[in-house]
Design a protein around this ligand. Structure first.
Ligand code: ZN
Length: 300
């Protein structure tokens, strides 16, 4: 299974993009590195450029301890709010900084807030391919206000640019597609249920995701001190379940084997495109495979 972490500072990336990056992202990511090390797992760290700017030593540590450094954009701006040129600049500047800091080639990208729609595919994929990206992991199988992909879409444009899509794992639940394997779903779900559902996933291709701040129990008090008002929607959705996360992570890492995208798919020098990257469904395989790559995927 793939373990992926979106490395960002909550107050900057979620609360207000004009806020400075703080030391909390450094401390929380170091704790996650310790947990991964304790269980001898590797992970992919989709990291913001502004985090690399503020904490270059963190990026070096991620790389030096055998994990993969990938890009999450520069300032956590949603792709659908940017022009094609701005996306190109965002992808390019974040990758250059991450590569210069880590000494690793960056081959993976995850859009902030999974902000991908099918109408964005052409110039989004073009920007990724131009910057040497080999894979994307931005398709979130549930349409919500800020993110989530349409129920059915074509990956032909990804294929055209030789990009693999590793979308997030999900399960079918009475007609809904629940991306239970990470984030808020992981925080609120009892571990026994997560374990049961995870056993139905493809043991190689399943993609778990989380953020460093999800193990931070002191953040709410700190941001309330630093900022006048934290909207109820954020207090209700972003902090719920945090006290359970670290304990659940230890159980998850004991029960399943995790690695990075780079280790799983791109460990050979040629960076060959894998045969299929799209069986992240808890029950079924991808619908339509052509020439070794998914051409059409449906969440309906
Ligand atoms: Zn993010």
């Amino acid at each position: 299974m793939i373990f992926s972490i979106d490395v960002e500072d909550w107050a900057q990336s979620v609360l207000n993009p004009n806020n400075p990056v703080t030391n909390r992202v450094l401390d929380n990511t170091l704790r996650l590195l310790d947990i991964l090390d304790e269980h001898d797992h590797k992970a992919t760290f989709f990291t913001l450029g502004n985090v690399a700017q503020k904490h270059p030593e963190l990026i070096r540590k991620i790389a030096d301890t055998g994990h993969e450094v990938a890009s999450h954009g520069f300032n956590h701006q949603s792709i659908f709010n940017l022009t094609p040129n701005q996306v190109r600049e965002d992808v390019s500047s974040s990758i250059k900084l991450l590569e210069d800091t880590s000494g690793q080639k960056v081959i993976g990208f995850r859009a902030p807030d999974f902000s991908i729609r099918e109408y964005l595919f052409e110039w989004y994929c073009e920007a990724l391919a131009e910057n040497g990206v080999k894979y994307d992991s931005s398709l979130f199988p549930m349409k919500v206000v800020k993110y989530g992909i349409e129920k059915e879409y074509s990956l032909k444009i990804f294929n055209k640019y030789h990009l693999n899509e590793h979308y997030l794992s999900y399960m079918n639940f009475f007609g809904y597609k629940l991306p239970f394997f990470g984030g808020g779903w992981f925080r609120i779900t009892p571990y026994a249920i997560t374990k049961h559902l995870s056993q139905k996933l493809d043991s190689k291709r399943a993609v778990f995701y989380m953020h460093p701040y999800e193990i931070d129990l002191e953040e709410l008090a700190a941001v309330q001190r630093a900022h006048d008002h934290i909207p109820l929607k954020w207090r209700a959705s972003q902090f719920i379940g945090r006290p359970t996360v670290e304990k659940k992570l230890h159980k998850l890492m004991s029960d399943f084997q995790f690695t990075s995208f780079a280790n799983e798919y791109y460990s050979d020098a040629s960076l060959l495109i894998p045969q299929s990257t799209s069986s992240n469904h808890a029950e079924d395989k991808v619908i339509d495979i052509k020439d070794g790559l998914a051409t059409k995927t449906s969440f309906s």
